[in-house]
Design a protein around this ligand. Sequence first.
Ligand code: NAX
Length: 327
Amino acid sequence: MKQPVRVAVTGAAGQIGYALLFRIASGEMLGKDQPVILQMLELPIDKAQAALQGVMMELEDCAFPLLAGMVGTDDPLVAFKDVDIAMLVGAKPRGPGMERKDLLLENAKIFTEQGKALNKVASRDVKVLVVGNPANTNAYIAMKSAPDLPAGNFTAMLRLDHNRALSQLASKAGVPVGEIEKLVVWGNHSPTMYPDYRFATVGGESLRHKIGDEDWNRDAFIPRVGKRGAEIIEARGSSSAASAANAAIDHVRDWVLGSGGKWVTMGVPSDGSYGIPEGIIYGVPVTTSDGAYERIRDLEIDAFSRERMDKTLAELEEERAGVAHLL
Ligand code: NAX
């Protein structure tokens, strides 16, 4: 039997946590032969801790053979102790009348504290995925707060946007979703993101040529993917949870086990390529193997794409400026 992998999940009693933990414990993220220890963090308030106990009771009742242990806590230093993977889902939601700026600052406090805790007690090569919004900037804050850990191991989730874009494309082109390759979602996990299928192929053929309709790209596809989260809230009465958990599993699974040559989108600290200033956490295409990601380089950026990529970059730079005094 392999040694167990320690996985921290924050916001474990929330709706994404509820859709995520059982799949991790059943082996869907790290493999059906990989035992896991779940280290779950929730807020130090009675209701959240009671809900967390309930989730842990249900995990117990599943009798997952791969679940080698569980920790439930309100202390990040306990939750992150020796973790190999940290999935930072818990965040402060936007309340009524709350400005985006206030949301940013409230979350900055959380991710500063959690970055420091990771820095102190996590495995030295912990892989961090930030799901809690604003995900890219939260990942940036955690990365800056953890100077002893590899900066490249702090990532933000763009995979839900990537998966949403794949499904829209499959249905427009009338092709199986699993056959689309080489899709990219650039930038911030926000409505400014730029889903880009200029390089995408299906069965080796250009998807762009197959679809043909350039107006659809600008007028329907890009706005639809960008506003999909709002569309789900409108329909379901609450935000995406199962699809978000699924994307988080896709992100970590591919990072750890490899994407098999497929392009996937990850929000990673920029190395300066594509005109993105170094350090900004920006969605880019990568392939993954042996526990590492590698950027797809030297893609041609046309004028339309440059404009879209700069717009989402401007938003990220503004967010970074809004928290600069804290870091
Ligand atoms: P919920 O409100 O259902 O759950 C969040 C949980 O986090 C709550 O149980 C809360 O008590 C806990 N929490 C809050 N602050 C915490 C802290 N400092 N430490 C530990 N736990 C804490 O939200 P849910 O629907 O699960 O969404 C979680 C986050 O994911 C939100 O920020 C949401 O905006 C974000 N999302 C990000 C997505 C992405 O693609 N990157 C998509 C889905 C989702 O909207």
